[in-house]
Design a protein around this ligand. Structure first.
Ligand code: F6P
Length: 369
Protein backbone atom coordinates (compact mmCIF):
# COMPACT_ATOMS: atom_id res chain seq x y z
CA UNK A 1 0.00 0.00 0.00
CA UNK A 2 2.17 2.82 -1.29
CA UNK A 3 1.81 6.19 0.42
CA UNK A 4 0.98 9.30 -1.61
CA UNK A 5 -0.08 7.27 -4.66
CA UNK A 6 -2.83 8.82 -6.83
CA UNK A 7 -6.18 7.31 -5.96
CA UNK A 8 -7.47 5.44 -9.00
CA UNK A 9 -9.64 2.67 -7.68
CA UNK A 10 -12.17 2.75 -4.87
CA UNK A 11 -14.08 0.00 -3.11
CA UNK A 12 -17.41 0.74 -1.52
CA UNK A 13 -19.40 -1.33 0.94
CA UNK A 14 -22.50 -1.02 3.10
CA UNK A 15 -22.27 -2.65 6.56
CA UNK A 16 -24.75 -3.46 9.33
CA UNK A 17 -28.51 -3.06 9.10
CA UNK A 18 -29.91 -1.58 5.90
CA UNK A 19 -31.31 1.92 5.98
CA UNK A 20 -33.00 4.40 3.62
CA UNK A 21 -30.40 6.50 1.84
CA UNK A 22 -27.69 3.85 1.33
CA UNK A 23 -28.21 3.82 -2.42
CA UNK A 24 -28.16 7.61 -2.52
CA UNK A 25 -24.71 7.52 -0.85
CA UNK A 26 -23.46 4.85 -3.28
CA UNK A 27 -24.62 7.07 -6.17
CA UNK A 28 -23.08 10.13 -4.50
CA UNK A 29 -19.73 8.33 -4.33
CA UNK A 30 -19.74 6.58 -7.70
CA UNK A 31 -20.86 9.38 -10.02
CA UNK A 32 -18.12 11.88 -9.06
CA UNK A 33 -15.62 9.00 -8.86
CA UNK A 34 -16.32 8.07 -12.48
CA UNK A 35 -16.22 11.74 -13.50
CA UNK A 36 -12.74 11.92 -11.96
CA UNK A 37 -11.56 8.86 -13.86
CA UNK A 38 -11.69 6.44 -10.91
CA UNK A 39 -13.03 2.92 -11.13
CA UNK A 40 -15.41 1.72 -8.43
CA UNK A 41 -15.75 -1.78 -7.03
CA UNK A 42 -18.94 -2.55 -5.14
CA UNK A 43 -18.09 -4.99 -2.33
CA UNK A 44 -21.06 -7.26 -1.71
CA UNK A 45 -22.75 -7.81 1.67
CA UNK A 46 -20.53 -5.50 3.69
CA UNK A 47 -17.34 -6.84 5.25
CA UNK A 48 -18.55 -10.37 4.52
CA UNK A 49 -17.84 -9.70 0.83
CA UNK A 50 -14.45 -8.21 1.67
CA UNK A 51 -13.39 -11.37 3.52
CA UNK A 52 -14.91 -13.73 0.94
CA UNK A 53 -13.67 -11.73 -2.05
CA UNK A 54 -17.10 -10.97 -3.49
CA UNK A 55 -17.48 -7.75 -5.43
CA UNK A 56 -18.67 -6.33 -8.73
CA UNK A 57 -17.61 -3.36 -10.80
CA UNK A 58 -19.98 -0.41 -10.52
CA UNK A 59 -20.49 1.56 -13.71
CA UNK A 60 -22.56 4.69 -14.18
CA UNK A 61 -25.52 2.66 -15.40
CA UNK A 62 -25.49 0.69 -12.11
CA UNK A 63 -25.90 3.79 -9.97
CA UNK A 64 -28.36 5.55 -12.20
CA UNK A 65 -31.98 5.58 -10.98
CA UNK A 66 -31.19 4.34 -7.45
CA UNK A 67 -31.48 7.62 -5.53
CA UNK A 68 -35.00 6.93 -4.26
CA UNK A 69 -34.56 3.18 -3.75
CA UNK A 70 -34.57 1.79 -0.21
CA UNK A 71 -32.09 -0.89 0.92
CA UNK A 72 -28.71 -1.24 -0.73
CA UNK A 73 -27.86 -2.50 -4.21
CA UNK A 74 -24.69 -3.98 -2.68
CA UNK A 75 -26.36 -6.01 0.07
CA UNK A 76 -25.37 -5.78 3.74
CA UNK A 77 -24.70 -8.02 6.70
CA UNK A 78 -24.41 -7.86 10.51
CA UNK A 79 -22.33 -11.03 10.55
CA UNK A 80 -19.28 -10.21 8.49
CA UNK A 81 -16.93 -8.69 11.08
CA UNK A 82 -13.46 -9.85 9.89
CA UNK A 83 -12.18 -9.69 13.49
CA UNK A 84 -15.14 -11.67 14.81
CA UNK A 85 -15.80 -14.13 12.01
CA UNK A 86 -18.23 -16.93 12.84
CA UNK A 87 -17.12 -20.30 11.51
CA UNK A 88 -19.07 -23.49 12.00
CA UNK A 89 -16.86 -26.29 13.33
CA UNK A 90 -18.51 -29.64 14.23
CA UNK A 91 -21.92 -27.97 14.45
CA UNK A 92 -20.59 -25.31 16.83
CA UNK A 93 -19.90 -21.64 16.11
CA UNK A 94 -16.26 -20.72 16.56
CA UNK A 95 -15.21 -17.05 16.34
CA UNK A 96 -12.00 -16.52 14.35
CA UNK A 97 -10.00 -13.56 12.99
CA UNK A 98 -10.18 -13.26 9.17
CA UNK A 99 -8.81 -9.71 8.95
CA UNK A 100 -5.64 -10.84 7.12
CA UNK A 101 -7.87 -12.30 4.37
CA UNK A 102 -9.76 -8.98 4.18
CA UNK A 103 -6.46 -7.16 3.62
CA UNK A 104 -5.35 -9.72 1.01
CA UNK A 105 -8.55 -9.21 -0.99
CA UNK A 106 -8.21 -5.43 -0.73
CA UNK A 107 -4.74 -5.75 -2.24
CA UNK A 108 -5.75 -8.33 -4.84
CA UNK A 109 -8.51 -6.03 -6.02
CA UNK A 110 -5.88 -3.29 -6.34
CA UNK A 111 -7.96 -0.87 -4.30
CA UNK A 112 -6.50 2.45 -3.19
CA UNK A 113 -9.21 2.97 -0.56
CA UNK A 114 -12.54 1.71 0.70
CA UNK A 115 -15.55 3.86 1.49
CA UNK A 116 -17.36 2.12 4.33
CA UNK A 117 -20.97 3.16 4.87
CA UNK A 118 -22.31 2.05 8.22
CA UNK A 119 -23.00 2.63 11.88
CA UNK A 120 -20.73 2.27 14.89
CA UNK A 121 -20.06 -1.44 14.22
CA UNK A 122 -18.86 -0.65 10.71
CA UNK A 123 -16.75 2.26 11.97
CA UNK A 124 -15.11 0.05 14.64
CA UNK A 125 -14.15 -2.50 12.00
CA UNK A 126 -12.97 0.30 9.67
CA UNK A 127 -10.73 1.68 12.40
CA UNK A 128 -9.17 -1.74 13.04
CA UNK A 129 -8.59 -2.30 9.31
CA UNK A 130 -7.12 1.19 9.02
CA UNK A 131 -4.70 0.26 11.81
CA UNK A 132 -3.59 -2.65 9.62
CA UNK A 133 -2.82 -0.27 6.76
CA UNK A 134 -6.05 -0.16 4.78
CA UNK A 135 -7.14 3.25 3.50
CA UNK A 136 -10.69 3.83 4.71
CA UNK A 137 -13.18 6.68 4.59
CA UNK A 138 -16.40 6.35 6.63
CA UNK A 139 -19.96 7.53 6.01
CA UNK A 140 -22.28 7.47 9.05
CA UNK A 141 -25.45 5.47 8.55
CA UNK A 142 -28.04 4.36 11.06
CA UNK A 143 -31.71 4.96 11.69
CA UNK A 144 -30.75 5.03 15.40
CA UNK A 145 -28.89 8.36 15.08
CA UNK A 146 -26.57 7.31 17.89
CA UNK A 147 -23.18 8.47 16.55
CA UNK A 148 -21.87 11.35 18.66
CA UNK A 149 -19.57 12.72 15.95
CA UNK A 150 -22.36 13.73 13.58
CA UNK A 151 -25.44 15.81 14.32
CA UNK A 152 -27.52 13.44 12.25
CA UNK A 153 -26.96 10.08 10.56
CA UNK A 154 -28.78 9.49 7.29
CA UNK A 155 -31.77 7.15 7.58
CA UNK A 156 -32.94 8.60 10.87
CA UNK A 157 -35.31 11.08 9.28
CA UNK A 158 -36.91 8.35 7.17
CA UNK A 159 -37.42 6.14 10.24
CA UNK A 160 -38.95 9.04 12.17
CA UNK A 161 -41.28 9.66 9.25
CA UNK A 162 -42.53 6.06 9.48
CA UNK A 163 -43.04 6.30 13.25
CA UNK A 164 -44.90 9.59 12.90
CA UNK A 165 -47.22 8.23 10.26
CA UNK A 166 -47.84 5.10 12.31
CA UNK A 167 -48.76 7.13 15.39
CA UNK A 168 -51.08 9.30 13.27
CA UNK A 169 -52.81 6.11 12.15
CA UNK A 170 -52.95 4.64 15.64
CA UNK A 171 -54.72 7.77 16.84
CA UNK A 172 -57.72 6.71 14.76
CA UNK A 173 -58.40 3.43 16.56
CA UNK A 174 -57.23 4.85 19.88
CA UNK A 175 -59.88 7.57 19.78
CA UNK A 176 -62.66 5.46 18.20
CA UNK A 177 -62.26 2.63 20.72
CA UNK A 178 -61.03 4.66 23.71
CA UNK A 179 -57.94 2.55 24.00
CA UNK A 180 -54.38 2.92 25.10
CA UNK A 181 -52.15 2.22 22.09
CA UNK A 182 -48.53 1.26 22.67
CA UNK A 183 -46.09 1.55 19.78
CA UNK A 184 -42.58 0.07 19.98
CA UNK A 185 -39.82 1.64 17.91
CA UNK A 186 -36.26 0.54 17.13
CA UNK A 187 -33.16 2.47 18.19
CA UNK A 188 -31.16 -0.03 20.26
CA UNK A 189 -29.71 1.68 23.33
CA UNK A 190 -30.61 5.22 22.17
CA UNK A 191 -34.07 6.78 22.27
CA UNK A 192 -33.81 9.18 19.31
CA UNK A 193 -36.31 7.44 17.03
CA UNK A 194 -38.94 7.19 19.78
CA UNK A 195 -38.26 10.75 20.95
CA UNK A 196 -38.50 12.37 17.51
CA UNK A 197 -41.29 10.13 16.21
CA UNK A 198 -43.18 10.48 19.49
CA UNK A 199 -43.03 14.26 19.49
CA UNK A 200 -43.98 14.48 15.81
CA UNK A 201 -46.83 12.01 16.25
CA UNK A 202 -48.16 13.63 19.43
CA UNK A 203 -47.59 10.69 21.77
CA UNK A 204 -48.63 11.14 25.41
CA UNK A 205 -45.92 9.01 26.98
CA UNK A 206 -42.38 8.41 25.74
CA UNK A 207 -40.32 5.62 27.27
CA UNK A 208 -36.65 5.83 26.35
CA UNK A 209 -33.59 3.72 27.23
CA UNK A 210 -31.89 6.78 28.72
CA UNK A 211 -34.60 7.31 31.37
CA UNK A 212 -35.57 4.03 33.11
CA UNK A 213 -39.26 4.47 33.85
CA UNK A 214 -41.47 4.05 36.88
CA UNK A 215 -44.52 1.86 36.13
CA UNK A 216 -46.68 3.91 38.54
CA UNK A 217 -45.96 7.10 36.57
CA UNK A 218 -47.08 5.40 33.38
CA UNK A 219 -50.33 4.19 34.97
CA UNK A 220 -50.92 7.64 36.57
CA UNK A 221 -50.57 9.39 33.22
CA UNK A 222 -53.04 7.20 31.31
CA UNK A 223 -55.52 7.21 34.21
CA UNK A 224 -55.25 10.98 34.57
CA UNK A 225 -55.96 11.47 30.88
CA UNK A 226 -58.91 9.10 31.17
CA UNK A 227 -60.32 11.02 34.16
CA UNK A 228 -59.90 14.30 32.31
CA UNK A 229 -62.14 12.97 29.54
CA UNK A 230 -59.33 12.16 27.12
CA UNK A 231 -60.34 8.61 26.60
CA UNK A 232 -57.26 7.38 24.79
CA UNK A 233 -53.51 7.54 25.20
CA UNK A 234 -50.55 6.84 22.94
CA UNK A 235 -47.41 5.37 24.48
CA UNK A 236 -44.30 5.36 22.31
CA UNK A 237 -41.66 3.02 23.72
CA UNK A 238 -38.14 2.51 22.39
CA UNK A 239 -37.03 -1.13 22.12
CA UNK A 240 -34.17 -0.44 24.56
CA UNK A 241 -36.35 1.13 27.27
CA UNK A 242 -36.52 -0.58 30.63
CA UNK A 243 -38.41 -0.09 33.88
CA UNK A 244 -36.56 1.12 36.96
CA UNK A 245 -37.19 -2.22 38.61
CA UNK A 246 -36.51 -4.41 35.61
CA UNK A 247 -34.27 -5.32 32.72
CA UNK A 248 -34.08 -4.53 29.04
CA UNK A 249 -36.21 -6.99 26.99
CA UNK A 250 -34.10 -9.23 24.76
CA UNK A 251 -35.90 -11.01 21.92
CA UNK A 252 -33.05 -13.31 20.87
CA UNK A 253 -29.29 -13.80 20.91
CA UNK A 254 -27.23 -14.70 17.87
CA UNK A 255 -23.55 -15.48 18.43
CA UNK A 256 -22.73 -14.93 14.75
CA UNK A 257 -23.42 -11.19 15.01
CA UNK A 258 -20.88 -8.64 16.24
CA UNK A 259 -23.49 -7.60 18.81
CA UNK A 260 -25.36 -10.83 19.57
CA UNK A 261 -28.32 -9.15 21.28
CA UNK A 262 -31.57 -8.56 19.41
CA UNK A 263 -33.86 -6.26 21.30
CA UNK A 264 -37.66 -6.23 21.16
CA UNK A 265 -40.73 -7.05 23.19
CA UNK A 266 -40.95 -4.18 25.69
CA UNK A 267 -44.06 -2.85 23.88
CA UNK A 268 -46.00 -6.02 24.61
CA UNK A 269 -44.94 -5.93 28.27
CA UNK A 270 -45.94 -2.27 28.63
CA UNK A 271 -49.36 -2.97 27.08
CA UNK A 272 -49.98 -5.93 29.38
CA UNK A 273 -48.94 -4.05 32.52
CA UNK A 274 -51.16 -1.08 31.62
CA UNK A 275 -54.20 -3.34 31.11
CA UNK A 276 -53.52 -5.31 34.30
CA UNK A 277 -52.93 -2.24 36.46
CA UNK A 278 -55.41 0.31 35.10
CA UNK A 279 -58.16 -1.82 33.58
CA UNK A 280 -57.91 0.24 30.39
CA UNK A 281 -58.09 -1.65 27.13
CA UNK A 282 -54.63 -1.59 25.57
CA UNK A 283 -53.11 -2.79 22.29
CA UNK A 284 -49.53 -2.79 21.07
CA UNK A 285 -47.84 -2.47 17.69
CA UNK A 286 -44.20 -3.29 17.02
CA UNK A 287 -43.03 -1.28 14.05
CA UNK A 288 -39.86 -3.32 13.52
CA UNK A 289 -38.24 -3.25 10.12
CA UNK A 290 -40.93 -1.04 8.61
CA UNK A 291 -38.73 1.73 10.04
CA UNK A 292 -35.81 0.68 7.88
CA UNK A 293 -37.67 0.04 4.66
CA UNK A 294 -38.89 2.07 1.75
CA UNK A 295 -37.78 5.19 0.01
CA UNK A 296 -35.68 7.78 1.88
CA UNK A 297 -37.26 11.12 2.75
CA UNK A 298 -36.09 14.20 0.80
CA UNK A 299 -33.97 15.18 3.82
CA UNK A 300 -32.19 11.81 3.79
CA UNK A 301 -31.71 11.85 0.01
CA UNK A 302 -29.99 15.23 0.26
CA UNK A 303 -27.90 14.30 3.31
CA UNK A 304 -26.86 10.98 1.74
CA UNK A 305 -25.87 12.68 -1.50
CA UNK A 306 -23.81 15.24 0.42
CA UNK A 307 -22.15 12.54 2.55
CA UNK A 308 -21.33 10.43 -0.53
CA UNK A 309 -19.88 13.26 -2.59
CA UNK A 310 -17.91 14.53 0.42
CA UNK A 311 -16.53 11.05 1.15
CA UNK A 312 -15.21 10.51 -2.38
CA UNK A 313 -13.50 13.90 -2.18
CA UNK A 314 -11.85 12.85 1.06
CA UNK A 315 -10.61 9.69 -0.64
CA UNK A 316 -9.31 11.55 -3.70
CA UNK A 317 -7.46 13.93 -1.37
CA UNK A 318 -6.10 10.91 0.54
CA UNK A 319 -7.71 12.03 3.79
CA UNK A 320 -8.03 8.50 5.09
CA UNK A 321 -9.15 7.30 8.51
CA UNK A 322 -11.82 9.99 8.50
CA UNK A 323 -15.61 9.93 8.47
CA UNK A 324 -17.96 12.47 6.90
CA UNK A 325 -20.12 14.16 9.54
CA UNK A 326 -22.81 16.81 9.69
CA UNK A 327 -22.09 19.74 12.01
CA UNK A 328 -24.85 22.33 11.89
CA UNK A 329 -25.46 22.75 8.18
CA UNK A 330 -21.91 21.86 7.11
CA UNK A 331 -20.46 18.51 6.16
CA UNK A 332 -17.06 18.14 7.78
CA UNK A 333 -14.77 15.22 8.49
CA UNK A 334 -13.84 13.68 11.83
CA UNK A 335 -11.34 10.99 12.70
CA UNK A 336 -13.04 7.59 12.68
CA UNK A 337 -11.56 6.81 16.08
CA UNK A 338 -13.17 9.98 17.50
CA UNK A 339 -16.45 9.09 15.81
CA UNK A 340 -16.68 5.80 17.69
CA UNK A 341 -15.37 7.05 21.02
CA UNK A 342 -18.80 7.92 22.37
CA UNK A 343 -22.37 6.89 21.67
CA UNK A 344 -24.85 9.73 21.30
CA UNK A 345 -27.75 9.28 23.69
CA UNK A 346 -30.71 11.43 24.74
CA UNK A 347 -30.08 13.66 27.75
CA UNK A 348 -32.57 15.42 29.99
CA UNK A 349 -31.35 18.87 29.00
CA UNK A 350 -31.84 18.17 25.29
CA UNK A 351 -34.13 20.82 23.77
CA UNK A 352 -36.37 18.21 22.17
CA UNK A 353 -36.90 16.58 25.56
CA UNK A 354 -37.62 19.95 27.14
CA UNK A 355 -40.12 20.80 24.40
CA UNK A 356 -41.81 17.42 24.89
CA UNK A 357 -42.12 18.06 28.62
CA UNK A 358 -43.48 21.56 27.97
CA UNK A 359 -46.35 20.18 25.89
CA UNK A 360 -47.24 17.66 28.59
CA UNK A 361 -45.55 14.50 27.34
CA UNK A 362 -44.58 12.17 30.17
CA UNK A 363 -41.33 10.20 30.20
CA UNK A 364 -42.67 7.91 32.92
CA UNK A 365 -40.38 9.33 35.58
CA UNK A 366 -40.82 11.69 38.53
CA UNK A 367 -38.05 14.07 37.54
CA UNK A 368 -35.66 13.97 34.64
CA UNK A 369 -32.06 14.36 35.78
O1 F6P B 1 -29.21 -0.33 14.21
C1 F6P B 1 -30.35 -0.35 13.43
C2 F6P B 1 -31.36 -1.34 13.97
O2 F6P B 1 -32.50 -1.28 13.16
C3 F6P B 1 -31.70 -1.16 15.44
O3 F6P B 1 -32.57 -0.10 15.66
C4 F6P B 1 -32.25 -2.52 15.76
O4 F6P B 1 -32.12 -2.82 17.13
C5 F6P B 1 -31.40 -3.43 14.95
O5 F6P B 1 -30.86 -2.66 13.88
C6 F6P B 1 -32.13 -4.62 14.41
O6 F6P B 1 -31.24 -5.40 13.69
P1 F6P B 1 -31.65 -6.68 12.88
O7 F6P B 1 -32.40 -6.26 11.67
O8 F6P B 1 -30.35 -7.29 12.50
O9 F6P B 1 -32.48 -7.53 13.77
Amino acid sequence: MAKGKKVKRIGILTGGGDCPGLNAVIRGVAKPAHDNGLSVLGILDGFEGLVEGRGRELYNKDVSGILAQGGTILGSSNKGDPFHWPEEVDGKIKIVDRSAQAIRNYEAWDLDAIIAIGGDGTMHISKQLADMGMNVVGVPKTIDNDLEATDVTFGHDSAVFVVTEAIDRLHTTASSHHRVMVIETMGRYAGWIALHGGIAGGADILLLPEFPFDWEKVYDKVLHRHMMGKRFSIVCVAEGAKPQDGEIVVRAKDKKRTDPIQLGGIGELVAKKITDNTGLETRYTILGHLQRGGSPTPYDRILSTKFGTYAINLAIKRKFGRMAALKGSEIVSVRIEDAIAKQKVVTADNQDVQAALAVGISFGVENLE
